[in-house]
Ligand binder design. Structure first.
Ligand code: BG6
Length: 486
């Protein structure tokens, strides 16, 4: 009898993934404080440098807070107004048959300044309402504690995660929500794409990098604080909700050597190690030795306190989650024809097509990465983001024929099935942005991932009316057939 697994396991967690700052809106309602995402100004494509505009300087923060930027728009403050539409949106997720819905709690809704003595009851109540609504339809919430929403108060007071003080603020917040939602939430994640800190410290950790002299030192020190905080949150979660599972989250950048030239292969191996560093710490419970040389050559000295290494070792994650949109191709030669990506670099891969935003589409790469990660960690894997950001066209009759999105998802899900047959323990899949929302990297609305269309444009105009795209009906069927019909 064959021991090869055929198809998705029973109880596989199909659903969609979002983040509070791209979804909720209501940025100043019911006692919410400002968060890092609320400071991000929309910059139209033609004025952007490097394809995105998410890092912020001290000067910009001052100007925003003093009201000097009169004409600036902040789309992440308004999202798609899930705050007032959550019942309608969750009903649509239920209609698709979602088993799980990934969302983040906006930390500044619970602790408006990040270090308040008491939590904000209205903020806590909002998530109670959302979780109750999900459970009404049998949908499990999967909650990210930190998805680029560091309270601005922590940036102003401590320069965000650059300071060790923030560990205590975070664990207090984590403990508060674990206690409050212990009967409602059984799947948790600590930091979304924890490796974001190396690309955009403000996005990843509320760190304003022009305030410090040694940028790399600050980035890796802030990451150390997040690693310790993540382990402490894991400890608390297990103590408070013994039947919960808590994981880490990585922007996985599977990469290929550009050629079989050993120099390319070596460079690629180093890039790959620096990407897996984050999951290595979370899953293996220690800093990998390959980072020692990188730290030394870049004058990085991590300040650890007594007991930090034991904490990392003792409280490792239950499962590993990651986002997967594309792969990278690494060349040892500088320059070359560069590919676009979600903030990560690389040269163009001639075998791959790219999205409208230049992200290189690679379904087979998903099978490769699932195998890589399972081989390495032997822990359950959860794909918590994947999808195609694309322009959609609304036809005269209101329909939206997003065959490109269906094709993308179909091919990726087919490769997940292959990986399961390869022996990978994959427990769930939440595609990114099941309902159109604000883009993280560009703050655009026109970069759409959803099965559900939202009537709003890049300038914030529109009725916010929701409608079903063709992919809505397709995904509904995929879930009903547990992935057997793509
Ligand atoms: C991931 C983030 O990097 O990619 C999400 O966790 C983000 O917040 C997603 O939205 C897609 O990126 P973008 O820039 O197309 O919104």
């Amino acid at each position: 009898m064959s021991t090869v697994k055929k198809g998705f396991p029973e109880g596989f967690l199909w659903g969609g993934a979002t983040a509070a700052n791209q979804l909720e809106g209501a940025y100043n309602e019911d006692g919410k404080g400002l968060s890092s995402a609320d400071m991000v100004v929309y910059v139209p494509k033609e004025k952007r440098t490097g394809g995105h505009a998410i890092e912020i300087t001290s000067e910009q923060i001052e100007k925003i807070l003093s009201g000097e930027l009169q004409d600036a728009r902040f789309p992440k403050r308004y999202g798609i107004d899930f705050y007032h539409h959550y019942k309608e949106d969750i009903a649509l997720f239920a209609e698709m048959g979602f088993k799980v819905f990934r969302l983040s709690i906006n930390w500044a809704r619970i602790f408006p300044n990040g270090d308040d003595a008491e939590p904000n009851e209205a903020g806590l109540q909002f998530y109670d309402n959302v979780f109750d609504e999900l459970h009404k339809y049998g949908i499990e919430p999967l909650v990210t504690l930190a998805h680029y929403e560091t309270p601005l108060g922590l940036t102003m007071k401590y320069n965000g995660w650059a300071s060790r003080e923030v560990i205590g603020c975070f664990t207090k917040y984590a403990e508060t929500v674990f206690r409050r939602y212990k009967d409602k939430v059984k799947y948790w994640l600590t930091f979304n794409e924890i490796n974001m800190m190396t690309i955009s410290p403000f996005t990843g950790g509320g760190v304003v990098i022009d305030r410090v002299d040694n940028k790399l030192q600050t980035i890796y020190q802030a990451l150390h604080h997040q690693f310790v905080a993540s382990s402490l949150a894991t400890k608390l979660c297990h103590e408070i909700i013994p039947d919960a599972k808590i994981g880490c989250m990585l922007a996985r950048m599977e990469s290929y050597a550009h050629t079989c030239n050993p120099e390319d292969v070596l460079k690629n191996q180093q890039e790959n190690q620096r990407n897996l560093f984050f999951t290595d710490v979370h899953a293996r419970g220690e800093y990998p030795t390959y980072m020692n040389r990188y730290f030394e050559e870049n004058n990085i000295v991590i300040q650890k306190e007594a007991g930090d290494d034991e904490i990392l070792k003792k409280y490792t994650v239950d499962y590993i989650s990651f986002s997967y949109y594309m792969t990278l191709t690494i060349s040892a030669e500088p320059g070359g024809d560069r590919a676009e990506g979600n903030l990560f670099g690389g040269v163009k891969n001639p075998y791959l097509k790219a999205s409208d935003w230049g992200w290189q589409i690679d379904p087979t790469g998903l099978r490769i990465t699932l195998n890589t990660m399972y081989d390495r960690y032997k822990k359950p894997l959860f794909i918590v983001e994947n999808g195609l950001g694309a322009y959609d066209k609304v036809e005269d009759d209101g329909s939206i024929h997003d065959t490109y999105r269906i094709d993308y998802l179909r091919q990726h899900i087919a490769q997940m099935k292959e990986a399961i047959a390869d022996g990978v323990d994959l427990i769930g899949y939440t595609s990114w942005g099941p309902i159109d929302l604000i883009s993280m990297s560009t703050s655009e609305m026109s970069k759409r991932y959803g099965f559900i269309y939202v009537d709003q444009d890049d300038e914030g105009n529109g009725t916010l009316e929701r409608s079903r795209k063709d992919s809505f009906f397709w995904y509904k069927n995929v879930i009903a057939a547990n992935g057997e019909e793509l």
